[in-house]
Design a protein around this ligand. Structure first.
Ligand code: UD1
Length: 429
């Protein structure tokens, strides 16, 4: 298993290109199941989760062609992927595949909408608390799908097609909103989704579905209206930049010091995150090329943060922000409201000398003068990268073990940081 070795204490200076968003790429690839034509996606990141979803879609009979490099392309440009679900040969998504990545459960919506049936294993994914699918199932039922649970599988049937309906989410769910959108796109009649997730990735998927012929309005607001159509066609769509990757590197610069351009980043996707970073003492400036983050000399200020659905502070940046706060001049409080048990990084940060006290969903981080390198273990995707951020400011060597979690969501992390002056290397094996 690969490890990442980091020697802390070097500032970061230069440019980090921001990749396409993982959390948009996955539902966009899944949306290709809705049409027999080809969907072309540009700016697709090279990630283990994307490769895993390719295998899952392949199992349904989907052809996926990853475009070759053209002259002038740098290895940092995203890939172009052609996805063709002309013939769906299998409507079962088996446990062996779905258990590796939670988002793959979302294939249930396009499969049942187009084929009238789907049999999808209950999901796995990050070990961050219970992550049920009851609201996804509720959304499908509201659109006329019959659901049966059998031996760990959700069996969805809509022999006479889906019917438009009203879906009111009792709690904001990204996966629930994606599921509702995809199913409603091919339903007979109009659907209304209330308390919809407003994440930029929802808007990106709705934009792409509209290019495919769907009739969706209101994406990005809590009320989305979908007028169902009988078929969708092919389209070409560019994946939006990854706001979580942007926030992660912004925090890395705030932690290590230096001056870095996050190339291609879109600040409006991450206002709450960038505000917090500047309150912590980093300079954040918006340029034509992206977002510039700098911290030279000044110490870090403690900031109180509570995670919330978009446009609030994202749970996917909570671990990284906690790493940053370990070096703040004072105590900061971090409250996690989205997922229970999403504090698994706390123990590992403590190995580097961090002082963090947990009380239920609240972490109080007592800033320390210095962190010291140590061997640590990556536990989930965002937790892993928080350890990298802490290591950048720790004295001496940190070895991050089990980095496969990082590869699920961060493209060439060691390259991107290394090019800006970090002492970081991947050790294979
Ligand atoms: C997505 C993101 C993930 C992010 C999360 C919250 C992708 C691929 N993943 O995950 O990175 O951390 O949004 O921003 O886009 N819930 C239920 N019942 C359900 C579904 C969800 O109770 O049927 C709960 C969850 O347990 C959680 C909350 O709703 O407490 C939000 O989850 P949700 O927004 O659905 O997260 P995901 O879509 O899985």
């Amino acid at each position: 298993m690969d490890r990442i070795r980091i020697v802390g204490g070097r500032p970061l200076n230069g440019t980090i290109p921001i990749s396409g968003a993982k959390n948009a790429t996955l539902p966009l690839m899944i949306a290709a199941l809705l049409t027999e034509d080809t969907l072309i996606l540009d700016n697709v990141p090279r990630l283990a989760d994307v490769a895993q979803l390719q295998r899952i879609l392949g199992n349904h009979g989907v052809d996926i062609m990853v475009g070759g490099k053209r002259s002038g392309d740098s290895e940092y440009h995203g890939q172009t992927v052609h996805i063709s679900a002309a013939r769906i040969v299998d409507t079962t998504a088996p446990y062996e595949l779905v258990s590796k990545m939670r988002a793959s459960f979302w294939v249930i919506a396009p499969l049942v909408a187009r084929m009238g049936e789907a049999r999808v294993s209950m999901p796995g994914g990050c070990a961050i608390g219970t992550r049920p699918v009851d609201l996804l199932i509720m959304a499908l039922e509201r659109l006329g799908v019959q659901i049966e649970i059998d031996a760990g599988y959700v069996i969805a049937r809509a022999t006479n097609g889906l019917k438009g309906g009203e879906i009111v989410f009792p709690k904001v769910t990204v996966g629930g909103t994606h599921t509702a959108l995809m199913a409603a796109a091919l339903a007979n009649g109009t659907s209304v989704i209330e308390n919809a997730a407003r994440e930029p990735e929802i808007v990106d998927v709705a934009d792409c579905l509209n290019k495919m012929g769907a009739k969706i309005t209101g994406a990005g607001t809590p009320r989305i209206v979908v007028e169902g159509v009988t078929r969708l066609h092919g389209a070409r769509h560019r994946v939006l930049p990854d706001r979580i990757e942007t926030g992660t590197y912004a925090m890395a610069v705030a932690m290590a010091g230096g001056d870095v351009l996050l190339e291609g980043a879109r600040p409006e996707l991450l206002q709450a995150g960038l505000d917090v970073i500047s309150r912590a003492g980093a300079e954040v400036a918006v340029t034509n090329a992206g977002v510039r983050v700098a911290r030279n000399g000044a110490g870090l200020a403690p900031v109180e943060v509570t995670t919330a659905p978009f446009p609030g502070f994202p749970t996917d940046l909570q671990a990284q922000f906690m790493a940053l706060m370990t070096r703040a001049g004072g105590n900061s409080r971090i409250t996690e409201t989205i997922f229970e048990n999403r504090f698994m990084h706390v123990q590992e940060l403590a190995r580097l000398g961090a002082r963090i006290h947990l009380d239920g969903q609240v972490a109080v981080v007592e800033g320390v003068e210095k962190l010291k390198g140590a061997p640590v273990m990556a536990t989930d995707l965002r937790a892993s990268v928080s350890l990298v951020i802490a290591a950048l400011a720790a004295e001496g060597e940190t070895m991050v073990n089990r980095v496969y979690h990082l590869d699920r969501g961060f493209e060439r992390l060691e390259d991107k940081l290394g090019r800006c002056g970090a002492e970081i290397e991947r050790i294979s094996g």
